[in-house]
Design a protein. Structure first.
Length: 563
């Protein structure tokens, strides 16, 4: 998930790691929870959580989102078939139980909860899923995230989205069927080991057709333009300032939701957020490098985590002709000192990355981490080699100089780090001028999705626990690949890996080969760092979880203890 996570949002979603005022993940692919207050589990009378976010929600129309902020909060107000637990294991949500799976592992039959209902009192039915999923893959919808249905290998999804295929646009051929009001059958083209975890994503949520059609373009733009079946309802949304969630007492598992209200404040400047935390107006906040020393000795409040989000520069070959030259792309990549970035500017546990699949995220059939095959990644910082490649690229292009625009989110930390990247490129590649273009989060997403940038600082938060969530982004026709990169050999490797679900080791080897081709030979993107985050969290906040993929923050079972 893309950007602002940080997916991602992260995606990243995003939008650098410290622009995200409340994100963190464990280092072992699970989630990290605040531990509470000295064993005192007595609940406070006032179950209200106050947190911050660095950007507003761009939209809650499930077909039009691609960032982790929107996805996270859509998952609070809407529930799909599955929801991830604290260990990031898929558990039944709108499904009444785990599905019946056919012997060939290509057909899943879900029984829905008969007590599940929408906020208008009507039942959640199998047809709500059929309608929502078909609308997501419909080319007329133009969803930036429709690719995830093909990634999940849902039958005919890839063909429905392929203009050259006879099934293009024929959404009734998607492998999803309502057998009756409370039975949903999903058919896959091939076995998909991570399928159930994908179903927790916002893009697989149900929607009531009559409500969606009545709302039209207003869907997901205000609290009254949403129908709720999740654990919370959106009751207030002051665009640009914040929003309020209140417990949905009609949610099937409401008895295990302790928080009555969650107030999210949009705060772009970290010093403002820290001041609000110190004055008691926030119960948790992210910490930029400027404030880490202030909190690091407060053991009961200071937390750092390594995440699975990886941040990188899009190198837009479609808009900037010079970036079609592989030597120029490699020169830009090798001109950036990532270690200085994470150790001096971030200081939050982030680590320099010359890879796209993160460390300590996914283990292969041999039990080894995916990164063990190439721990240091590919084409790291090397200013002397970068200058040689730049000179070679200039000769091949017949140019003497180059002007580039680096698009950035407009938060203070994002701007600081993007200025650092621009200075590194200009310092190590004489003749290159980089201008930082700071944009508000919503506009940043629009420009990034439409390819209106030269260099785009973004990130990806995994949608499911498999390296493919990072790798298939760069295939020729993937909606997230809006930068004109295309390598038929890379496409073939991804296709081969996708067809090797029954042979895990060969599939793993293909994915290793694909990452090496993407970064060592093609330098399609310029990886920057694997994120880490630092936070101040009140000791009385218990059960605040930070998933390694999917939602950016999970307070579903959080509690406020007496203090």
């Amino acid at each position: 998930m893309r950007r602002n996570k940080a997916k991602w949002p992260i995606l990243l979603s995003l939008i650098l790691v410290m622009s995200m005022l409340l994100t963190a993940c464990s280092s072992k692919g699970g989630s990290t929870s605040t531990s509470g207050s000295g064993g005192n589990d007595q609940l406070a009378d006032n179950q209200v959580l106050n947190i911050a976010d660095s950007s507003d929600i761009p939209s809650l129309n499930w077909t039009q989102i691609s960032d982790s902020t929107s996805s996270t909060y859509l998952q609070y107000v809407t529930s799909g078939l599955m929801r991830l637990n604290d260990k990031l294991e898929p558990q039944p949500d709108m499904a009444a139980s785990m599905p019946e799976i056919s012997k060939d592992k290509k057909t899943y039959t879900f029984k829905l909860r008969k007590d599940a209902k929408w906020s208008d009192g009507s039942p959640v039915t199998a047809n709500d899923f059929v309608y929502a999923w078909r609308k997501m893959v419909d080319p007329k919808t133009a969803s930036p995230y429709s690719f995830i249905f093909a990634s999940a290998n849902i039958k005919n999804a890839a063909k429905i989205e392929n203009k050259k295929d006879p099934l293009f646009g024929k959404i009734d051929q998607l492998g999803v069927k309502a057998l009756n009001d409370h039975t949903l059958q999903v058919t896959l083209d091939k076995p998909t080991p991570y399928f159930l975890s994908m179903l927790a994503n916002a893009y697989f949520m149900p929607q009531k057709q009559s409500f969606v059609e009545k709302q039209g373009d207003k869907l997901g733009q205000e609290p009254q333009n949403l129908l709720y079946n999740g654990p919370f309802k959106l009751t207030k949304w002051d665009h640009g300032s914040g929003w309020t969630l209140e417990k949905n007492n009609d949610y099937w598992d409401a008895k295990h939701v302790y928080l009555k209200q969650v107030n999210v404040h949009v705060i772009k400047d970290n010093s403002t957020a820290v001041n609000m935390y110190n004055s008691g107006k926030l119960d948790a906040t992210g910490l930029s490098s400027d404030f880490i020393d202030q909190f690091k000795n407060k053991k009961d409040q200071f937390h750092t985590f390594k995440d699975a989000g990886v941040f990188f520069l899009y190198l837009n070959q479609k808009r900037q002709p010079a970036l079609k030259n592989v030597n120029v792309r490699k020169a830009i990549n090798m001109s950036i000192d990532r270690n200085q970035m994470v150790n001096v500017l971030l200081k939050d546990g982030s680590v320099a990355a010359n890879y796209i699949v993160p460390k300590e995220f996914a283990k292969g059939p041999d039990g080894k981490d995916f990164r063990s095959a190439a721990p240091n990644g590919y084409n790291g910082y090397n200013p002397k080699e970068a200058q040689k490649l730049w000179e070679k690229g200039k000769k091949e292009l017949g140019i003497k100089s180059l002007k580039l625009e680096l698009m950035s989110q407009d938060t203070s930390t994002s701007a600081k780090i993007n200025e650092y990247i621009a200075n590194q490129i200009e310092k190590n590649l004489p003749g290159v001028k980089v201008t930082v273009n700071k944009q508000p989060w919503g506009n940043y997403l629009k420009l990034l999705n439409s390819g209106k940038y030269d260099l785009g600082n973004s990130g990806w938060i995994p949608d499911y626990d498999d390296p493919m969530t990072y790798l298939d982004l760069w295939t020729t026709n993937n909606q997230q690949n809006n930068m004109g990169f295309s390598d038929p050999k890379f496409d073939k490797l991804i296709e081969e890996a996708d067809n090797l679900g029954a042979d895990p080791q060969k599939r793993w080897d293909k994915m290793h080969e694909a990452e090496k081709l993407l970064l060592e030979k093609d330098q399609a993107i310029a990886p920057l760092f694997q994120e880490g985050t630092a936070h101040a969290i009140r000791p009385y906040v218990k059960g605040l979880n930070y998933p390694n993929f999917g939602m950016r923050v999970d307070f579903l079972h959080a509690k406020i203890l007496k203090h």
